[in-house]
Design a protein around this ligand. Structure first.
Ligand SMILES: Cc1cc2nc3c(=O)[nH]c(=O)nc-3n(C[C@H](O)[C@H](O)[C@H](O)COP(=O)(O)O)c2cc1C
Length: 411
């Protein structure tokens, strides 16, 4: 049998802390820490702890050339080699799950550092507001107490650098639109979005305005947002809760036909208050009802209840290889996918505002739960942000940043 290492693995020395009653009873703090090695292996979908004895082989075995297993046993010991094979970090030629994942990863064109960063920063079943509250960081006072003062809004002007004063621009209607954009944290939890309004926002943000054919088999589209290489890898998956005429459910927006394709959830329906989505039997899943969808919306935005009330949530998820096909193993490619998602989210903010609706975008999302429900392989496609839009509630409960009272007139 011959083995080689997986294509990419980065090893992180990490301090791991846990609560120990013994330590507390013995007069300690109750928090005991130890150093551990974690292997970040993008083909396996994340990082996991490995024994210290497993670290040297990861640095010495080639990811390209095959080596007879006996040689590795002699150098590192059969037990260590077994552990690395079981973990999917050393791979044979037989097509098991790890080998297939590694082979798939090798052709996807990920820049290694970007793959490690993307997979290591995904959340699963995280409740963001609760986490902030537990750390005492859910108020400005708490932030200032723990972090000190923030850096000033602008870097101070260079001592002798001259300033060129710019003319004050005249206002027009576009300024009016820009000034009424504000992140909405007060959706009307009952309001239904008219179909025509929903359709117009979707068409303006995610629809195509034109097509190009740079070469045979290579098609590009024009959208209202820019995209690196005009490749537009970012797809919009939807949690539709209340749009007139559309059955509540999970969907994927199809650019080609300006249509919603129903997605059968690949996981059991979550319940109200669940932190995450349980893995489930992929073939036995059914459409989710309104309660499960609302529970899922809350999971999607990591427990931010105020966003979960939006009638429509848009999950922005690049199909990475659409970009990496051109920008292969490219240091900027992943960053461009993230920027593309940011552009779409800003266009969505403006289009929703123009329609008289409240918009939001959040990066505090549970990517793993979203991938699980929508059936995404994170190496192929994975969420970057969640946006949403819908009618505002009549009264302000959660704070919004509206210093000039353009959205919430003084009462
Ligand atoms: C990338 C990104 C991530 C954000 N994530 C969150 C979030 O997790 N929760 C939240 O309440 N607002 C979030 N926001 C909204 C910002 O808090 C908001 O833009 C900011 O307070 C300024 O308010 P404005 O959008 O009304 O101008 C996010 C905004 C951006 C651009």
């Amino acid at each position: 049998m011959e083995l080689r290492r997986c294509a990419v693995v980065w090893v992180e020395p990490r301090e791991v802390a846990h609560f120990a009653l013994d330590d507390l009873l013995a007069g300690g703090t109750g928090v005991v820490s130890r150093m551990a090695w974690f292997a970040h292996a993008p083909h396996l979908g994340g990082a996991f702890e490995v024994d210290a004895a497993a670290v040297p082989p990861l640095g010495e075995v080639s990811p390209v050339d095959w080596v007879p297993r006996e040689q590795l046993d002699l150098r590192f010991g059969a037990e260590v080699v077994d552990a690395l094979v079981d973990a999917g970090l050393l791979l044979g030629r037989r097509e098991d799950e790890a080998v297939l994942a590694d082979a798939g990863y090798r052709v996807l064109g990920w820049h290694a550092a970007a793959a490690v960063a993307h997979l290591a920063t995904r959340w699963e079943a995280v409740d963001g507001p609760r986490g902030m509250a537990e750390q005492g960081l859910d108020s400005n006072e708490g932030l200032l107490r723990q972090h000190g003062s923030p850096p000033p809004l602008e870097a101070p002007a260079e001592h002798l650098a001259p300033c060129v004063r710019l003319p004050r621009p005249a206002r027009d209607d576009f300024d009016g639109l820009l000034d009424t954009r504000a992140t909405c944290r007060n959706f009307d939890p009952f309001a239904e979005l008219p179909l025509a309004t929903f359709s117009r926002v979707m068409a303006r943000v995610f629809g195509t305005r034109g097509v190009g054919h740079p070469a045979p088999g290579f098609d590009v589209v024009k959208r209202t947002s820019p995209s690196g290489g005009a490749l537009h890898p970012v797809e919009c998956f939807l949690i539709v809760q209340r749009v007139a005429g559309i059955t509540p459910g999970l969907y994927r927006y199809r650019m080609d036909g300006h249509a919603l394709e129903a997605v059968v959830p690949r996981a059991p329906p979550p319940c109200n208050g669940d932190a995450g989505v349980r893995p489930g039997d992929v073939d036995a899943q059914v459409a989710w009802g309104p309660e499960a969808l609302h529970a899922f919306a809350r999971i999607a935005v990591a427990g931010q209840d105020f966003f979960a009330d939006a009638p429509v949530l848009c999950v922005l998820a690049p199909r990475f290889h659409r970009n990496f096909w051109k920008y292969r193993n490219h240091a900027k490619a992943y960053r461009v996918c993230v920027l593309d998602a940011g552009h779409l989210s800003q266009t969505l903010q403006l289009c929703a505002t123009e329609a008289g609706l409240g918009p939001f975008v959040t990066g505090a999302i549970n990517e793993v739960d979203l991938e699980r429900a929508f059936g995404m392989d994170p190496r192929v496609q994975s969420p970057i942000a969640v946006c949403g839009f819908g009618p505002r509630a009549a009264t302000l409960r959660e704070s919004e940043f509206d210093p000039n009272r353009k959205v919430w007139p003084r009462g």
